[in-house]
Write a protein that binds this ligand. Structure first.
Ligand code: MSP
Length: 649
C-alpha cells in the first residue's frame, strides 16, 4: 500500500541579512512537523529555500559593491549562511529552492504568460504608493496614518507602466474561502484579512516593475521584471516541477497540506496566492497557518534595531536540541512570544536538565547499581506499581497526537512533560534505594525500574521530532534497541523485560544561570559603537535635487551667539565676493576658533531665517547620527584646496 503524502513548506527567506532566531523559529517548527509526519509513516515533502530577487537585494548588493547574485550567494551558500544554519539546526528539508535557480526562473515566465494569456494579467499604469523595504504596493486607502500598513515606514509615490493581476475578480471566492472554510488559521487572522483587505474592496495587483532590474524578466516585454511576491509564492509549485522538467513531484504532492508562515505575510498567502492558483486552474493548499513573532523586549527583532538574537551562538553553547526544544515548548505557535536568555536557560534547566535528564540518568544508574545493568527475565507476576503512571504513559501518544495535529507544539510537549514529572515523582514515592535493601523486594524493584525505562522510552519516541539527536542518545542509554517507531509508542509494555542499559554522559547538563547570563551579555554586546541608521527617505527626482544650491564656503569668522548654548555665528566666503552670514546649532560640538579657516559646505538658497535676533542665510551641512543613543555630529569639511563657490552636484 502506498504511503499517504504530506507536503509542508516554510516561507522562503530573504537573504538580505544573516538569519536570526526569529527566522529559525518557523523553520524549526516546520521541521518538527515534517519529522512528526515521517514518524507517523507519511511520505513527506518538506520544502524551504530563499527568495532572492527584488529592489532591496539590488540596493544592498550595490552598497556592498558586488553583483546581486554574488551578494545572495554569499548569504545563502557562504560560511554561516542560510544553508549552514539549517544544517546546524538539524533541519531535515527534502528540497531547497533558490528563486534564482534556472528552472524556477523559466517556470515563473511561463506562469506569468499563462495568466496573461487567460486575461488575468493586463497592462496598465500604476499610480500609488510603494514601500521599498517591504517591496509592497499600496493604495492610499490601505495606508495606516499615511505609512506602510505592514512595517509602519514611509511610503513613496509610484507611477509607471505596469502589468496588473485581476485580483478583484477573485474577491468573492477568496472571501468565501477565508470565511467559510478552515483554510486560514488561527481564526483571528481571518478577521484581520477580511476587515483590512477584503471589506475595503480588493483592487487589482501591480505585478511588474520597470524601475529596477534584479528580478525575473517578463519574457514578452523586456524591461519589466515580475513582482517579487508572484515570483516568491510560486516557489511552492515550481519546486515540485510545475512548468519545469527539473522535478516531477507536482502530481504527487500538490496541493500542499500546510504552509507555515509568519503573521506579517498572511495577506500574501491567504489572498494573493489562492487567487493566483485560481487563475492557473490549480487546487488550493489545504491550509495556511500564520504563526506569531518572537519579540525582543516587546518589539520585533530587526537588524536596524540591533536586537537580533544569533542562533549560532545559542546552538553552539547549549546544543541544537535544547534550542529547538525551547522554541517549541516556550511559545504558543499562533501567538507572539518574548524571547529572553533567561527564559531559555530556565527552560533548559527545568525541563531538560532537572526533569528529563535527571529521570534518565537516575534510572540508568539505578539499573546499573541494583541489577548490573540488565533487568531480570521475569518479575514473577509483580504488577505495575503505579497504575496512574503506566496508564498515562500508555495514553500519551493519543494526547500528544491530538495536540500535534492542531500544531499546538507547546501543548504536545506539555503532555509529555506531565508524564515525565509523574515518573520522577514515582521514584520519590517508591524509594527504590529502600527496596534494594531487602532481597525479597527484588521483583518489585525490577518492576519499578522497568516502568521507568518504558515510560522514558515512550516519551523519547514522541520527543524525536523536536530533539532527534538527544532522543537517539536516550534510546542508547535505556537499551530501547529499535523500539523507537510510532507504533512502538501505541501502548505501555513493549520494551522487553530483560532490557540492558548503558551509562552515558549527562544528556542535558544543568546551566549556571547567573554565569551564563553574564557571558551571553558579553558575547552579544556590540563590538563597536552602535550607530543608529535611519531608513532611506522616499525618492526625489533629479530635478528636485538640482534645485538645491550647495556650495563650498571658506569660514572667515566664527563666534558663539550671546545667550545661546547652541548657536554659532559664521561669516563665510561663498565665492560671490559678499560675505554670507549663517547660524548653525553646533556649538555643543565645536569651539569657534577651531573652525576658522576651514572649508565647509552650505546650502545657500534657503529663505533667510531669524534666530536670536540674527539673520541666517542658508545652512551648513553636517553628518549627524545617533551613536549608543547619543546624538553625534561632524561638520562636513573639505580639503582646503577646493575653492569657495564650487558647486556640489
Ligand atoms: N521572502 C518572504 C517570504 C516569501 S514566501 C513565499 C519573507 N522572508 S523573510 O526572510 O523576511 O521572513 C521569513 C519568515 O521569517 C517569515 O515567515 C517571517 O514571519 C519570519 N520571521 C522573521 N522574523 C521573525 C520573528 N522575529 N519571529 C518569528 N518569525 C519571524 O517574508
Amino acid at each position: 500500500m502506498s504511503k499517504e503524502k504530506f507536503y509542508i513548506t516554510t516561507p522562503i527567506y530573504y537573504p538580505s541579512d544573516k538569519l536570526h532566531i526569529g527566522h529559525a523559529y518557523c523553520t524549526v517548527c516546520t521541521d518538527t512537523m515534517a519529522r512528526y509526519m515521517r514518524l507517523r509513516g507519511y511520505d513527506v515533502m518538506f520544502l524551504t529555500g530563499t527568495d532572492e530577487h527584488g529592489q532591496k537585494i539590488e540596493d544592498k548588493a550595490r552598497e556592498a559593491g558586488v553583483s546581486p547574485k554574488e551578494f545572495v550567494d554569499n548569504i545563502v551558500e557562504g560560511p554561516r549562511g542560510v544553508k549552514d544554519l539549517w544544517k546546524l539546526m538539524n533541519i531535515s528539508n527534502d528540497r531547497f529552492i533558490r528563486t534564482t535557480d534556472d528552472y524556477h526562473v523559466s517556470a515563473i515566465q511561463k506562469i506569468f504568460r499563462k495568466m496573461y494569456d487567460n486575461g488575468d494579467i493586463y497592462k496598465g499604469k500604476y499610480v500609488g504608493k510603494y514601500c521599498k523595504p517591504c517591496e509592497s504596493f499600496w493604495t492610499e486607502s490601505q495606508l495606516v496614518d499615511g505609512k506602510c500598513p505592514d512595517c509602519g515606514r514611509e511610503v513613496q509615490d509610484a507611477e509607471e507602466e505596469a502589468y496588473f493581476f485581476r485580483l478583484s475578480k477573485y474577491a468573492d471566492r477568496i472571501r468565501d474561502l477565508l470565511v467559510n472554510t478552515d483554510f486560514l488559521e488561527p481564526r483571528s487572522r481571518v478577521n484581520e484579512m477580511v476587515k483590512n483587505f477584503i471589506d475595503p474592496g480588493l483592487e487589482d495587483l501591480c505585478v511588474s516593475r520597470t524601475s529596477f532590474t534584479w528580478g525575473i524578466p517578463v519574457d514578452f516585454d523586456p524591461g519589466h521584471v515580475v513582482y517579487v511576491w508572484i515570483d516568491a509564492l510560486s516557489n511552492y509549485i515550481t519546486a515540485l516541477g510545475y512548468m519545469n522538467d527539473k522535478y516531477d513531484d507536482f502530481e504527487k504532492f500538490w496541493p500542499a497540506d500546510v504552509h507555515f508562515i509568519g503573521k506579517e505575510i498572511v495577506r500574501f498567502h491567504s489572498i494573493i496566492w489562492p487567487a493566483m492558483l485560481m487563475s492557473l486552474g490549480l487546487p488550493l493548499p489545504k491550509k495556511v497557518f500564520g504563526h506569531g513573532w518572537l519579540l525582543m523586549d516587546g518589539g520585533k527583532m530587526s537588524k536596524s534595531k540591533g536586537n537580533v538574537v544569533d542562533p549560532y551562538l545559542l546552538a553552539e553553547r547549549y546544543g541544537v536540541d535544547a534550542l529547538r526544544f525551547f522554541l517549541l515548548r516556550e511559545f504558543p505557535f499562533g501567538s507572539d512570544g518574548n524571547f529572553s536568555n533567561e527564559a531559555l536557560i530556565s527552560r533548559i534547566n527545568t525541563d531538560l536538565a532537572n526533569s528529563l535528564g535527571n529521570l534518565v540518568s537516575r534510572t540508568v544508574s539505578m539499573v546499573i547499581k541494583y541489577f548490573d545493568g540488565r533487568l531480570p527475565e521475569s518479575y514473577d507476576g509483580v504488577e505495575a506499581m503505579d497504575q496512574e503512571l503506566t496508564s498515562a504513559a500508555g495514553a500519551l501518544r493519543g494526547a500528544y497526537q491530538e495536540q500535534m495535529d492542531a500544531y499546538a507544539f507547546q501543548n504536545a510537549l506539555g503532555e509529555i512533560f506531565k508524564v515525565i514529572g509523574r515518573a520522577n515523582k514515582f521514584i520519590d514515592e517508591t524509594e527504590p534505594w529502600k527496596l534494594a535493601k531487602d532481597e525479597s523486594n527484588r521483583e518489585r524493584l525490577a518492576r519499578v525500574m522497568y516502568d521507568l525505562l518504558e515510560t522514558i522510552r515512550i516519551c523519547a519516541v514522541l520527543l524525536q521530532p523536536v530533539m532527534p539527536d538527544s532522543c537517539g542518545r536516550i534510546f542508547t542509554q535505556i537499551g530501547a534497541g529499535d523500539l523507537t517507531s510510532w507504533d512502538s509508542a501505541a501502548s505501555f509494555g513493549m520494551l522487553p523485560l530483560d532490557t540492558a542499559v548503558t551509562k552515558g554522559e549527562a544528556i542535558f547538563p544543568r546551566i549556571d544561570m547567573d554565569r551564563e547570563l553574564e557571558e551571553l551579555e558579553k558575547l552579544s554586546a556590540p563590538t563597536g559603537p552602535q550607530v543608529k541608521v535611519e531608513p532611506v527617505l522616499p525618492d526625489v527626482t533629479i530635478d528636485d535635487f538640482a534645485k538645491c544650491d550647495m556650495r563650498v564656503c571658506k569660514i572667515l569668522a566664527c563666534e558663539n551667539v550671546k545667550k545661546s548654548e547652541k548657536l554659532l555665528k559664521f561669516t563665510l566666503d561663498d565665492g560671490s565676493g559678499t560675505p554670507r552670514q549663517i547660524l548653525s546649532g553646533i556649538a555643543k560640538f565645536y569651539k569657534p576658533d577651531d573652525l576658522v579657516g576651514k572649508t565647509a559646505v552650505a546650502i545657500l538658497n534657503l529663505p533667510p531665517r531669524k534666530m536670536m535676533g540674527l539673520e541666517s542665510n542658508g545652512m551648513l551641512l553636517s553628518a549627524v547620527r545617533e551613536v549608543d543613543g547619543k546624538e553625534e555630529l561632524n561638520l562636513i569639511l573639505l580639503d582646503d584646496s577646493v575653492p569657495a563657490g564650487a558647486r556640489l552636484c
